[in-house]
Design a protein around this ligand. Structure first.
Ligand SMILES: [Zn+2]
Length: 192
């Protein structure tokens, strides 16, 4: 049975929630808007997977909604991204959706001893949609309950809708260009 990846580094979870991004004009771009976009994203993260049916793509959109809602809950008391401040799944519904995806994996624990030392892994016989949903839910779970979670923030720069992991405690913006935009907006505000 293949071992499931450890999602504690946040890469897969952040990639999933990052499929909602700002469009550069004050709006929001949904990189899962069309089914073929969902397939393009999956091809990067799950090579060899056949294209999703429409209902399967819809399930992945729902899982992403649950994931972003969980991110919004995880950053509290810091503010959520403006996307989740406008609309967010209830904590209970998001928890249930992620739990169902994890449960469907039916993962078996494996204690392994090897050249990298002692590890705890879980393995699954799941394939296709069940494997994709479960792996994504596990990535969100590993990350939001892992060592990087206390440094998770949402970027509050104008237009930005990203979540990011702080490099240092005072980092407010996901990247330098967001900081520049935020400072320019404050300057304009003061001089109005
Ligand atoms: Zn930003």
């Amino acid at each position: 049975m293949p071992a499931l990846p450890d999602g504690a580094d946040g890469r897969l979870a952040l990639a999933l929630v990052g499929t909602i991004a700002h469009d550069g004009e004050g709006g929001v771009a949904d990189h899962f808007a069309e089914d073929h976009q969902v397939d393009a994203w999956l091809a990067e993260h799950f090579p060899g997977l056949a294209p999703r049916r429409h209902d399967e793509a819809e399930r992945l959109r729902a899982l992403r909604f649950a994931a972003r809602s969980a991110f919004a809950a995880a950053v509290a008391p810091h503010p959520a991204s403006r996307v989740e401040r406008q609309r967010r799944m209830s904590d209970r519904e998001a928890g249930e959706l992620l739990t169902a995806a994890l449960a469907a994996l039916d993962a078996k624990p494996a204690f392994t001893i090897g050249e990298h030392g002692v590890r705890w892994e879980s393995a699954t016989a799941a394939t296709g949609q069940t494997l994709v949903e479960g792996t994504l839910a596990l990535a969100v779970t590993d990350f939001l309950t892992g060592p990087l979670a206390p440094r998770l923030r949402s970027c509050q720069a104008p237009r930005c809708v990203r979540y990011f992991v702080q490099d240092h405690g005072r980092q407010q913006w996901c990247k330098a260009s967001c900081g520049n935009r935020a400072r320019a907006a404050r300057f304009a505000e003061r001089h109005r």
